[in-house]
Write a protein that binds this ligand. Structure first.
Ligand code: ZN
Length: 290
């Protein structure tokens, strides 16, 4: 998963330049004819053998067997879009975003070069705002796809979202599940290193994580710990049944509370981050994966 971290570091550099941000999204859904026109346009760009399907607000292009592409478009993209929009995101991205699902490593590497003229910055997949595309090696599963979909929706809905929350929410849902019709993040591979850090007395400080700049969050020496802390902080809030409420409160109060710390304490009913840090550490110690 080191590739995943390199991906986000690379994205951070790209986004700090502000070159390709799609900005605030749109409340009005696009018409079916807009998607039809876009599908026709990208069908020309795709090589023969790709299946192209509109799954608003995305268009999926896949070179797997047509029945597999259709199944993934529904069971991953459609499934995720419905749940993410129902609980979190009222705006669609300002432009239609293509989801390129390449069927395994060979296709992924070859088509990154042939279609986008570059080498992928991660073996799993990445969001490229400059290409208005999520570029995914679907042979490694759908977790990365949901992770990157969250980034596309955050960009459209939460201007200046701090990196810790953006990556925390994306990472939470890279191991998604359905709970009573709502998206729910399960424990995953990031837990072990966080539990190890707690045992060693080197738990990431929540204030430091939440107030970190992009550069600090993605710093090679800290990024693994920062991802784990951000993910399992939001997992903690999720398990309290307060994650959607926290997101909405944070979005509403982002100008007064740009890091989300004060809003988090308020939503959880905690007096200070030190108390929360102790409770969170005790909670994380008891988690299990798998
Ligand atoms: Zn990410």
């Amino acid at each position: 998963m080191a590739g995943k971290l390199r991906l986000c570091a690379a994205l951070a550099v790209a986004c700090m330049a502000g070159c390709c941000s799609l900005g605030l999204g749109r409340l009005e859904p696009r018409s079916a004819s807009e998607y039809e026109a876009h599908v026709a346009e990208v069908r020309d760009k795709a090589q023969p053998g790709f299946t192209v399907i509109a799954v608003p607000p995305f268009v999926v292009l896949g070179d797997g067997r047509p029945e597999d592409v259709r199944a993934d478009a529904e069971s991953i993209v459609g499934w995720g879009v419905r749940r993410l929009k129902a609980d979190f995101f009222e705006r669609d991205p300002s432009r239609i975003i293509d989801i390129w699902m390449f069927n395994g490593e060979e296709s992924y590497l070859r088509n990154n070069s042939a279609i986008f003229g570059k080498s992928p910055i991660s073996p799993y997949g990445y969001y490229s705002p400059c290409d208005r595309a999520l570029i995914i090696n679907i042979g490694l599963g759908g977790g990365t796809l949901i992770h990157e979909m969250v980034h596309a929706f955050i960009e459209a809905n939460f201007p200046d979202c701090p990196t810790w929350f953006n990556e925390g929410l994306a990472s939470l849902y890279e191991q998604p599940d359905d709970r009573d019709g709502h998206i729910h993040g399960r424990t995953n591979w990031r837990l072990a290193r966080l539990q190890d850090a707690i045992e060693l007395g080197k738990t990431p400080d929540l204030h430091a994580v939440m107030s970190s700049s992009r550069g600090e969050f993605y710093d090679d020496r800290r990024s693994g710990a920062n991802y784990a802390a951000a993910r399992y902080l939001l997992y903690y809030v999720q398990e309290k049944g307060l994650l959607v409420r926290y997101y909405k409160s944070f979005l509403a109060s982002r100008q007064a509370d740009p890091t989300g710390e004060a809003t988090l304490l308020s939503v959880l009913g905690e007096q200070d981050l030190g108390t929360l840090q102790r409770k969170w550490e005790a909670f994380v110690r008891k988690l299990v994966f798998p």
